[in-house]
Write a protein that binds this ligand. Structure first.
Ligand SMILES: Cc1ncc(COP(=O)(O)O)c(C=O)c1O
Length: 404
């Protein structure tokens, strides 16, 4: 046995162990992260990074916020897991808080965004079975992203996934984002729902137009079908309001949340209007669904967002971020700056995204390039003006170096 206790391994040994024992899914920077606080994260060699991805738009209150650490500690001492068979206190409290502060009436809790979306799909299909003569098709969008389970890869519109893991789950029709006429033409008697993100995040931050979202709502009403909003990336303050749908003046029939909900702890939610909740006993569930630690994380995060009016703060910090990106754009020549709140992206003239991300990492800044020509920014919703300024300063140096 050559295995040692993890704490005894050097960084090089850890990386060698990772190479040997992890299933390859992606190429990661050759560092091991060990600590995070607020907008910063540190690696095992003691290097500091300004983190503008925050666990992929997950750590909405920054890394390891004290309020969340304390709440998780308290709950862990009380009870880590009751059983999906039993109620627990934070589960009920979080459901009450989410329904009281959204247009939806009921909640099912899950563990990841993809799992919540699977629940949404099942609910829509069951609704179709019960109320729409067996309709089961869901209209989704090109470049939409809904997760990595087989059904959600089938629902997503990532063309790079075409041909992967075939056969895909049938029952999805793709239309182009923001093209209402295409949606209209795609509705058939088999359609039970339309599923979109208010902002296509993984695609590179493309914002739905108001007329598109209002039009989708109208089409759903006209045909008696369901509007599913995937707010896994946009929900809970990220775009400058508690939920992105509020900015469109419409209400979804089903909404999914994830990412920010646990402030870093894995938890997601499927929310629905009362009349849509057609599950029978046994239709939906999961061993870890609504377990007390996850529920405590969610409860703590949602309370913080509401009590401190963090979505409004995100809107104003988003304006600061945009100003800095505009200034960088004037100097370095971006094609476009787009986004809402603290979910922003810039479009480059060349396919330099991965190179910029790698150089930024070397210089102590973590950003993301969802497409070769795009840089994406999704900092903590509590990011300070000074941290945004620091990010722009580092990025300025990186762009000067890479784009010269
Ligand atoms: C809009 C959207 N839906 C679903 C997901 C999938 O969530 P998860 O990775 O937690 O399964 C993501 C993840 O990036 C997302 O951005």
């Amino acid at each position: 046995m050559s295995q040692q206790v993890a704490e005894e391994l050097s960084t090089e040994e850890l990386l060698a162990q990772a190479e040997q024992s992890l299933i390859y899914i992606v190429t990661r920077p050759q560092e091991v992260m060990v600590r995070g606080k607020g907008s910063y994260i540190w690696d095992s060699r003691g290097r500091e990074y300004l983190d503008f991805i925050q666990g992929w738009a997950v750590n909405c209150l920054g890394h390891s916020p004290r309020v969340l650490v304390n709440a998780l500690n308290r709950q862990a001492r009380e009870m880590i897991n009751a059983s999906p068979y039993l109620f627990n206190r934070p589960m009920i409290e979080l459901a009450g808080l989410l329904t009281a502060n959204s247009c939806l009436d009921r909640v099912f809790f899950a563990n990841s965004g993809a799992e919540a979306n699977e629940g949404a799909l099942k609910l829509a299909r069951k609704y179709g079975q019960k109320h729409l003569g067996g309709a089961y098709e869901v209209i989704t969008t090109y470049n939409g992203f809904h997760g990595r389970t087989l059904a959600m890869m089938s629902a997503s519109g990532k063309t790079a996934w075409d041909g992967l893991f075939e056969p895909k789950v049938p029952g999805f029709r793709r239309v182009h984002f923001n093209k209402l006429n295409e949606v209209r033409k795609s509705i058939t008697p088999k359609t039970c729902a339309i599923m979109v993100e208010p902002v296509q995040g993984e695609a590179g931050v493309f914002v739905a137009s108001k007329s598109f979202m209002k039009g989708l709502r109208q089409l759903c009403d006209d045909h008696g079908i369901l509007l599913i909003l995937d707010e896994i990336q946009t929900g809970l303050g990220r775009t400058g309001s508690m939920f992105a749908y509020e900015q469109y003046g419409i209400e979804p029939d089903i909404m999914t949340l994830g990412k920010a909900l646990g402030g870093g702890f894995p938890v997601s939610a499927l929310l629905a209007k009362d009349h849509v909740c057609v599950f029978d006993a046994g239709d939906q569930g999961g061993t870890f669904c609504a377990q007390p630690l996850a529920m405590t994380a969610g409860l703590t995060v949602v309370r913080e967002l509401l009590h401190r009016n963090i979505p409004r703060r995100a809107a104003s910090r988003g304006r600061v971020l945009k100003r800095h990106l505009k200034a960088l754009g004037e100097k370095h020549g971006f094609r476009e700056i787009r986004g809402r709140g603290l979910l922003m992206a810039v479009e480059l003239h060349a396919e330099k995204g991965p190179e910029i991300v790698a150089e930024a990492f070397r210089q102590g800044l973590i950003i993301n390039s969802p497409r070769p020509t795009t840089l994406r920014f999704m900092p903590s919703l509590l990011v300070s003006n000074a941290e945004i300024g620091r990010m722009a300063e580092i990025l300025d140096g990186v762009l000067t170096q890479v784009l010269r």
